[in-house]
Design a protein around this ligand. Sequence first.
Ligand code: 2P0
Length: 344
Amino acid sequence: MTTQDSINVPSAGESNSAIATANANIALIKYWGKADEDLIIPNMSSLSLTLEGLETTTRVSFDTASHSEQTDLLYIDGKQQQGNALRRVSALLDTIRSMAGIHSHAVVTSHNTVPYEAGLASSSSAFAALATAASYAAGLKLTRRELSRLARRGSGSASRSIFGGMALWHAGHDDDSSFAEPVPCPMDLAIVVVLISGSSKKISSREAMQRSVTTSALYNAWVESNAKDLHDALDAIKREDIAALGPVVQTNSLGMHATMMTAKPPVLYWLPGSVAAMQAVEDLHSHGMNAWATMDAGPNVKVLTTAAEAAQVEQALRDKLPGFEVHTHVAGPGARLLPAEHDI
Ligand code: 2P0
């Protein structure tokens, strides 16, 4: 798969309707802070692994004459959405409408097929699926690079979920130059998720990253170290050296959290269980296991390991962290269109 490939088109259905699935990704080298809030141009490039089993499937149907709505309608997991969720979806649909030269509103129906409750409901899979389905329903036939740029405008991390496996989002400096592309990964990696809390966060990642950029004295230093982290991570991947990759991933995430903790007012996503999970990972590591932790804008802990060791790491974490759900995810596919008759 290259960035210039078009997405596979399944059997044609209604021309104004399309269904797509995308998988969530977890960043190994993080995106945290924007140079352009409107276009979502980040201050740094980032690297991620798209995961199997954490999927959003979305149907987008632009109005036909017989079914004319005054606004876009959004249903997520059976519940109609208003407010910020609808505004963000409509904003991306507006971009697509203007690209396609259409004016009709859309009905968007989305389902998340995560194997456990919330906690990982990621905007990465949601906006990658929306960009893919909506652009196709609007009659646009975009390349994966174009889809990545479009998904980015919905949510930055979604630019990476257009691709399966490892993806690198080049920060770029404008709409054309800020896109993700696949990175060959000769290692079979896995992420073991320790679910500390499934509750939705009080401070959105969008607000938290903006606060870090504007008020943390550590922010610029972290951005500088991010460039070296990315270089070192890509080098370790090429050399199939997880023992070199893991520490970079862990330090990069802790540095991002340091910018949040030193923001004014501070953002602390960590819960007592997060600390317990981080210490459990340290313990596994001290016993010679390949296990390194990364955390995002929430209390859940994601543990990087190899696919070969994942079952052992998962079991060890279950033993050390009774009461918390632990699940393993290997690399998953990029965004794809589904046949129009698919039931969601
Ligand atoms: C990432 N995160 O690289 C980082 C690490 C969370 C921590 O991207 O404002 O929902 O929509 O571009 O993509 C979460 O932020 O933010 C995120 P917006 P997004 O995965």
